[in-house]
Design a protein around this ligand. Structure first.
Ligand code: PGA
Length: 251
């Protein structure tokens, strides 16, 4: 099996100004110095990206945006193009977060266009999938996840470099984490799906993160599962103490 480096990514959502980002990152750098073997990524709002990029210079922390538009440029008021994200220092971009699907009308098709646009510009997509509570209770987990993964990755080559995040909608911001067993079950299902398309090599090297109420006190048991390769963290990524506690899950 390919060695998969764990990724701990913080999704800041609509929190923190540029100056707050700066002081947070200065504190975070201090708290995670010496940590090895973990890929750390932060995803500030667009307006804080430039200051965040400056603040992480010289460190191993990666920078992500929370969204992008698939077009190169043009008359798309309020949108941000992939090249703009590259220019400001992003290496990653979150795509298809459930809040965007739920509140901003993102579809599997738009997610797919965004994933392709990101890859074309050398940005690593962090593509999110996940079922709602009603879908879980209706026995539709497999159907929903399979559709989101297949359509989101439609047309990609086996050499595509991206990260997947499984975030059950009912676990986001609710304090209700999926148990490590519940999460692993879906991660394994995704891993099997990826073996078919884009292919076995893609499947064995692609990191699948878990997201949904991840905290310093539950990260260890999640990371102990063979198909959980990291976490996409919301609320607990906003404080340097809690985020660094998650990053230091091996301590
Ligand atoms: P949460 O959010 O950690 O606050 O549940 C996770 C996410 O939305 O990515």
């Amino acid at each position: 099996m390919a060695e998969r480096k764990p990724v701990i990514a913080g999704n800041w959502k609509m929190f923190k100004t540029g100056s707050e980002a700066k002081s947070f990152l200065a504190e975070l750098k201090g708290k995670i110095s010496g940590v090895q073997g973990v890929e750390v990524v932060v995803a500030p709002p667009f307006t804080a990206l430039a200051q965040a990029a400056e603040a992480i210079k010289g460190s191993a922390i990666g920078l992500a945006a929370q969204n992008l538009h698939w077009e190169e440029q043009g008359a798309f008021t309020g949108e941000i193009a992939p090249a703009m994200l590259k220019d400001v220092g992003c290496g990653y971009v979150i795509i298809g977060h459930s809040e965007r699907r739920q509140f901003f009308g993102e579809s599997d098709e738009s997610v797919n266009r965004k994933v392709k646009a990101a890859l074309k510009h050398g940005l690593i997509p962090i593509m999110c999938v996940g079922e709602t509570l009603a879908e879980r209770e209706g026995g539709k987990i497999k159907e929903v996840i399979e559709r989101q993964v297949r359509k989101g990755l439609d047309g990609l080559g086996a050499d595509a470099n991206l990260i997947l995040a499984y975030e059950p909608v009912w676990a986001i911001g609710t304090g209700k984490t999926a148990s490590p067993e519940q999460a692993e079950e879906v991660h394994l299902m995704i891993r099997e799906l990826l073996k078919q398309t884009p292919g076995p090599d893609f499947s064995s090297r692609t990191r699948i993160l878990y997201g949904g109420s991840v905290k310093a006190d539950n990260i260890k048991s999640l990371m102990a599962k063979p198909n959980i390769d990291g976490a996409l963290v919301g609320g607990a990524a906003l404080k340097a103490d809690s985020f660094s506690g998650i990053i230091r899950f091996k301590d």
